[in-house]
Design a protein around this ligand. Structure first.
Ligand code: FE2
Length: 386
């Protein structure tokens, strides 16, 4: 008997090396992956902060050759992936290392897809269309937000249409992630806050996803508890203990969402990144409370557990009553982080909403939300936070 693959559950994560100073293992890890000539993907901010000089030293200690590719921006573009893949081939590289936030890591995944699957990156938008293994991929995340270093997702913007293409495939899960909380110390406070809200969104969406299961749920709930405990402090003081807490939160939320997939917050956030270049974490933060309010009635028991993880007192109260607390808890956290709360504050106009909603309805992340919203319902959600 053959069991259809889509009726099975899976849990896939990379090898994880965690701790202050773990970036020093990058040379050893690339060597272990069989590398001789490493394609190092990063962005100019990481170079300015000194992390690429450090990485190069660690590669050199292992007698590895390297090529640095840093033409990466927030919301990475298709042409940057294609340019990187061309350089990878021309320089005969054999292992990819990504040092940075979600943008360099997603760019690295896109480069990996093109070097082994050929064609254009646009052909791989959707689920499980990457059929050939990508080159070995070693990551060192510099933000506690995206979870791209453990996930099977890559999101690349189409320069021509400004749409964000979500690529979802087990073939692009990195091989090794080096989670070094020290890399977070050079990030500005607003980025720590926004990427932290991305982590919270990953954890909440994974927990309420229609594909959540006992291997993903404990990680999602623990990530929510860690965000509650550490995000405000990590943002305001950059205390290393708080940054360590957020590193683990990001890691666990990434493990949960990569396997349980996401939901309507990400479906609505992706068009904001594509059309307006709004930071991904901030886009999620803007939309998280309104989507939670809509989702509550579909899975109240799950939201009651989220409320408890966010610190709600639950004894003697009904599930529905506790669940109702979640949007307020999230809004209170956003207030502490001093992030914008209205779409109009980030350049969105009411006239943009129909196009945003059309794109959000078609986003792959909507499929695993507790309820699939129609375009008119999505327009109402955008309007509520305008
Ligand atoms: Fe995200």
């Amino acid at each position: 008997m053959t069991v259809p693959e889509d009726s099975l559950l899976k849990f896939e994560i990379p090898e994880v090396i965690y701790g202050i100073g773990s970036l020093s293992q990058i040379g050893n890890c690339c060597r272990r992956m069989g590398g001789e000539r490493i394609f190092l993907v990063t962005d100019p901010g990481l170079i300015a902060a000194g992390w690429i000089d450090a990485s190069i030293n660690y590669l050199s200690e292992e007698d590895l050759q390297y090529v640095v590719y840093d033409n990466v921006v927030t919301n990475p573009r298709d042409f940057q992936v294609e340019q990187g893949a061309e350089l990878y081939r021309r320089k005969n590289c054999d292992v990819i290392a990504a040092v940075g936030g979600g943008s360099p890591i997603d760019t690295a995944k896109g480069i990996g897809i093109l070097t082994s699957n050929h064609g254009r990156i646009h052909e791989y938008e959707g689920a499980n269309l990457v059929t050939q293994p990508i080159p070995p991929l070693v990551c060192a995340p510099s933000t506690a937000g995206t979870g791209a270093d453990v996930s099977q997702f890559a999101v690349i913007a189409n320069k021509r249409t400004k749409e964000k293409m979500t690529i979802l495939s087990r073939a692009i899960t990195p091989d090794i992630t080096l989670v070094d909380p020290q890399l977070l110390t050079t990030k500005p406070a607003e980025l720590v806050a926004a990427t932290g809200m991305d982590t919270l969104t990953h954890a909440i969406e994974a927990f309420v996803s229609s594909l959540s299961w006992p291997m993903t749920d404990p990680h999602a709930i623990h990530a929510i508890e860690l965000v509650r405990e550490h995000l405000a402090n990590a943002t305001q003081t950059k205390d290393i203990e708080a940054l360590e807490g957020m590193s683990i939160a990001c890691l666990e939320a990434g493990m949960a969402f990569s396997n349980a997939i996401l939901g309507a917050v990400h479906a609505l956030a992706h068009p904001l990144g594509g059309l307006f270049d709004i930071h991904h974490g901030l886009a999620n933060s803007l939309l998280l409370p309104v989507v939670i309010r809509e989702n509550l009635e579909h899975v109240p028991a799950k939201f009651a557990k989220i409320a408890r993880a966010l610190g709600a007192e639950t004894r003697t109260r009904s599930i529905d009553d506790v669940a109702q607390e979640v949007p307020h808890q999230v809004e209170q956290l956003i207030g502490e982080l001093e992030l914008p709360t209205r779409l109009s504050q980030v350049g969105v106009d009411g006239a943009d909403i129909p196009r945003l909603a059309q794109m959000a309805e078609a986003d792959i992340c909507m499929l695993t939300n507790p309820h699939c919203y129609r375009q008119s319902e999505i327009e109402a959600m955008y309007s509520e936070v305008l």
